[in-house]
Design a protein around this ligand. Structure first.
Ligand SMILES: [Zn+2]
Ligand SMILES: [Zn+2]
Length: 179
């Protein structure tokens, strides 16, 4: 699989009025979040980036990227297609103009005058991940006692006092979320 390469922004940092467009693919099938979860990428556009020199050592970056991720429902763990539309603006500073204490730009994928597009895009995806995902508003979720999907089958379990012996089943379901 081809990788997203780092690009050098030396000209954009140094040449007054310089503008550059980049259009590139996001060549990955899944998004890995830093906490260890991976989500399938179900559809995606090309990444479009525009770099504009503002002044020496400063670039305005504007970017767009649309994708949809398969994220498990918080209640029943069924995969839900979640569209994410990234549209971002960011000021990039070279090392000379950067606050040495504030390493945010490095975290953003900037190393010297090289930009790691994957690191930057992954960070934007992470910021825009929804905090709550439901397959439908009234998803009934998984029975904590017998582990059946209550959207499909209504079991007769007394869920008020879950049987502790069945806790292992919930562990298996939660472990599946990480696959
Ligand atoms: Zn659900
Ligand atoms: Zn049940």
């Amino acid at each position: 699989m081809c990788e997203l390469k780092k690009i050098s922004l030396i000209d954009e940092f140094t040449q007054s009025g310089k503008t550059r467009f980049e259009k590139t693919e996001y060549p990955y099938d899944e998004f890995l979040s830093p906490d260890g979860f991976s989500y399938r990428i179900l559809s995606k556009s090309d990444i479009e980036l525009k770099f504009s020199n503002v002044k020496s050592g400063q670039i305005l970056l504007e970017g767009r990227f649309d994708l949809s991720l398969g994220i498990p429902c918080d209640r029943c763990l069924k995969e839900v297609e979640v569209p994410i539309s990234l549209k971002f603006q960011k000021e990039l500073l070279d090392e000379e103009h950067r606050d040495k204490v504030d390493d945010e730009d490095e975290f953003y994928g900037l190393q010297g005058t090289d930009l790691d597009i994957k690191a930057m895009i992954d960070q934007e995806i992470l910021i825009n991940l929804p905090s709550k995902v439901l397959c439908r508003e009234d998803c009934k979720g998984i029975c904590p006692v017998c582990g059946s999907d209550r959207n499909v089958k209504q079991c007769d379990c007394d869920t008020f006092v879950p049987d502790p012996r069945m806790a292992g089943i919930m562990d298996i379901f939660m472990a599946n979320k990480e696959v």
